[in-house]
Design a protein around this ligand. Structure first.
Ligand code: 1PZ
Length: 216
């Protein structure tokens, strides 16, 4: 039972805290904490059932690519998103306009998570302001159509669309977040959304400045 308590997902500890600690005072983004925020989200996704396996598999593979860079001999260059961008661009380690010899650069891999972060922020904001009977599948779909969908192929959009129907209803979804009463969930979401927005915005501006927003 003790183990059960320990392994139970908690939105506040595993997502909010990670994304909070990923910002340095100089507004750099630590990749290690960014990745652990995503690992937390994957845990949440996995607790929703195997229907979401194809989504979590992709998220895991992307976090793994970034962790491998972080653990490599070039690891120190991958400490922050800013240092990674500089290092990969300075050393021409990014396929800029078409897939070539670096199909899994740190820059293009992080861009995929970055786009998904926008979806997350939109979804959590809808969840935060929703009423008890509102449909999570609709909130999720609307957030998706407004953000990630434009970057996905028809097949992925269809698969994602079907998975959304398998989302638990709002009270059950609040339950798995494991931060207490619905009021407390709303409160945590109220802290998480602006934080995700800040992390998103910093990355967006950096990528824009270096013309990296369309990496293949
Ligand atoms: C709570 C419900 C979860 C809904 C998640 C909404 C996002 C649907 C995303 C569907 C992704 C399908 C799997 C593969 C996608 C990849 O093709 C793309 C592009 O990568 P590339 O092919 O270029 O290498 N991958 C992504 O867009 C990253 C998706 C990460 C999604 C993480 C979601 C985590 C959600 C946690 C929520 C609790």
């Amino acid at each position: 039972e003790a183990e059960n308590l320990q392994t139970q997902f908690c939105l506040k500890k595993e997502v909010l805290e990670s994304f909070k600690s990923c910002l340095s005072p100089e507004k750099e983004i630590y990749i290690e904490h960014y990745v652990s925020g995503w690992r937390g989200l994957v845990k949440l996704l996995n607790s929703l059932g195997s229907l979401f396996g194809f989504i979590s598999k992709d998220a895991v593979s992307k976090t793994q690519i970034l962790m491998n860079f972080l653990k490599s001999e070039n690891g120190p260059h991958y400490a922050t998103v800013q240092s990674m961008v500089k290092f990969e661009l300075d050393n021409k380690l990014v396929d800029v306009d078409k897939k070539g010899i670096y199909p899994e650069s740190g820059c293009r891999t992080l861009l995929r998570l970055h786009r998904a972060l926008r979806w997350l922020q939109l979804f959590l904001e809808r969840l935060r302001t929703s009423k008890e009977d509102d449909k999570t599948s609709v909130m999720c779909r609307d957030a998706y159509n407004e953000s990630l969908a434009q970057h996905h192929t028809w097949l992925i959009r269809k698969s994602a669309g079907m998975a959304f129907y398998g989302l638990p209803v709002r009270p059950a979804f609040f339950e798995v977040m494991n931060v207490g009463t619905p009021e407390q969930v709303v409160d945590v979401l109220g802290k998480a959304v602006p934080l995700l927005y800040e992390v998103y915005q910093i990355t967006e501006e950096l990528y824009q400045k270096h013309n990296l927003l369309d990496l293949p």
